[in-house]
Ligand binder design. Structure first.
Ligand code: SF4
Ligand code: SF4
Ligand code: SF4
Length: 282
């Protein structure tokens, strides 16, 4: 159980499976200061800003692209500290395997696909692979950005997630301002992902946390075809001298995409919390 689950799962096993995270009441909760100042709740205020503009990992990542601050001694440490602090209090993600993404569909409603903001900013292309759900969808519809949306039934949302899995996109559930509030499952090509890049390029862990799982290969079943190696976006699986696949548990994000690619059914996900090497790496 990761530190978020310890604090926010409240008996549901994982923070993102806590039904509170999908409730309107929690989303629209007013703080004492909100009441005194007569303003909207923070989640709504922030959502309006984000719906109209790029979100903070994009700002951080762009800033880092210009000068790689994170590689500088001391400054890099401060940048990572700041990035981790902001990510926890804002909008960032944890990788989830397909089976958990499907559970999130069952807990949520108003499933709606939006274009991937990162791909649009990186490549100028629209790919509909950000699966949003209520209550953030209400805010999106009121925003002036004019993005087209594709509304899905729960069954269609699940089919889409399965399709993204087959295409090799990493599923990640995003929290919003305060856990366990979650607002979307993104399906990412991580080299174009402004949430994954602060993690994979600059070491800001809270921007893109690893899943609750880590993968393992049954080498007796492995025939060394290498399909899993091609599928992994994190360079965590490779063929050994014996032509059998091996996972580096320190690099594995527990996305499960290698498992999907293995026709021999030689790969399974195990609990990260009990893995001797991976349990402290989130
Ligand atoms: S987080 Fe992933 S799916 Fe979402 S906008 Fe970025 S790359 Fe696209
Ligand atoms: S896909 Fe399966 S059989 Fe092929 S190398 Fe990977 S673990 Fe082995
Ligand atoms: S080894 Fe498998 S589960 Fe781990 S990050 Fe790579 S594709 Fe995902």
């Amino acid at each position: 159980m990761c530190k978020f689950c310890k604090m926010h799962a409240q008996g549901y096993g994982k923070w993102y499976l806590n039904p509170k995270g999908f409730s309107e009441e929690f989303f629209y909760k007013l703080s004492l200061l909100d009441r005194i100042l007569g303003r909207e709740p923070r989640k709504v205020r922030d959502a309006k800003v984000v719906s109209e503009s790029a979100w903070y990992p994009i700002r951080i990542s762009k800033m880092m692209d210009e000068v790689n601050w994170s590689s500088l001694p001391f400054v890099g440490h401060l940048v990572r500290m700041y990035g981790n602090y902001v990510a926890i209090r804002g909008h960032a993600a944890q990788v989830v395997p397909l089976e958990d993404a499907l559970k999130i569909v069952d807990l949520s409603h108003d499933h709606t696909l939006y274009p991937c903001m990162c791909k649009r900013l990186f490549k100028g292309q629209d790919e509909y692979k950000c699966l949003n759900y209520a209550p953030i969808t209400e805010i999106n519809r009121k925003a002036t950005r004019g993005w087209k949306e594709k509304k899905l039934s729960p069954e269609e949302a699940k089919e889409k997630l399965q399709e993204f899995e087959e295409k090799g996109f990493v599923h990640a559930v995003f929290w919003w301002c305060e856990m366990p509030q979650s607002i979307c499952i993104c399906n990412c090509d991580t080299k174009y992902c402004y949430a994954a890049r602060p993690r994979t390029w600059y070491g800001i862990e809270n921007a893109y946390r690893k899943s609750e799982y880590v993968s393992e290969v049954d080498i007796d079943k492995c025939i060394g075809c290498g399909e899993c190696v091609k599928r992994c976006q994190f360079g965590a699986i490779s063929l050994g001298k014996d032509e059998r696949a091996r996972v580096d548990p320190k690099l594995c994000f527990g996305c499960g995409l290698c498992r999907e690619a293995c026709v021999q059914n030689a790969i399974k996900l195990t609990d990260r919390n009990t893995h001797p090497l991976a349990r402290k790496i989130w």
